[in-house]
Ligand binder design. Structure first.
Ligand SMILES: [Zn+2]
Length: 250
């Protein structure tokens, strides 16, 4: 009886002390000549066995994408879990579309958005052999039409930084607990991140989404990113992939 009580207390305590799950959201990836545009950063994550979501722009994957990404798709941690999830970051990341220089998924209309979503899914399926389950729009710009085409498409289960209330689209989750690693696009900064983490840790108890643009990171920025990873590991945070996390919460 006493042991049962102690066990219950321990479980309650450990649950209360649990850290938010961390989803790393890396944007704007492509490939050229058998190499990912963000290879230096993804290679570090692979070496450190840290999970991350890789957001690809389908049209910026060349015909050698399979060579560039197959080692990442095969990568596992010590528990045998996948290290990387490749997700849909648009077909071409354009921002010069009718009617008024619109971004790819905002104000561009139903046919355009449905086509671009489908073309991105198809190209990645063809080049990498996978069905993407997560979507994050270029510039994080989307509208109600995006929500409709995501709902109709059916394979996408997670929207990162979407514009709808979660549960508004059946079977699709919107993860919006944004914590910043970058001061401005590409400018990773450890102190900036820690301040933002402390600010939101009381509010985002379940999960946090950390966005980065690794194509733009030089050695100094990569060093800041490594410090952020060290910090999160010291906090005993668990890194998760968006679709795995979605499945774990169902
Ligand atoms: Zn982007």
């Amino acid at each position: 009886m006493r042991y049962t009580l102690a066990l219950v207390l321990l479980l309650v305590l450990s649950n209360a002390m649990a850290q938010p799950r961390i989803m790393i959201k890396l944007d704007d990836l492509g490939s050229r000549n058998g190499r990912s545009s963000a290879a230096p950063v993804i290679d570090i994550l692979m070496q450190r066995k840290i999970k991350a979501g890789l957001g690809v722009i389908a049209a910026q994957l060349d015909s050698t994408a399979g060579i560039a990404y197959s080692k990442y798709l095969a990568a596992r941690n010590d528990k045998g879990e996948k290290l990387f999830e490749i997700w849909n970051h648009g077909f071409n990341h354009s921002n010069n579309n009718p009617p008024a220089n619109n971004m790819e998924f905002k104000g561009t209309g139903y046919d355009f958005q449905k086509g671009h979503l489908a073309k991105a899914q198809a190209r990645v399926k063809q080049l990498l052999g996978i069905t993407m389950r997560t979507f994050g729009s270029p510039y994080n710009a989307s509208d109600s039409v995006t929500n409709t085409v995501i709902k109709e498409q059916g394979d996408i289960k997670v929207f990162l930084f979407g514009s709808f209330k979660t549960d508004e689209i059946p079977r699709v989750k919107n993860y919006n607990n944004r914590v910043e690693m970058e001061i401005t696009t590409g400018q990773v900064n450890y102190d900036h991140f820690v301040a933002d983490y402390q600010k939101y840790k009381g509010r985002y108890k379940d999960n946090m989404v950390l966005q980065g643009h690794p194509n733009m990171w030089d050695a100094a920025r990569i060093a800041e990113f490594n410090k952020i990873l060290d910090f999160l590991i010291a906090q005993k945070c668990e890194f998760v992939l968006p679709y795995d996390y979605y499945l774990s919460t169902k």
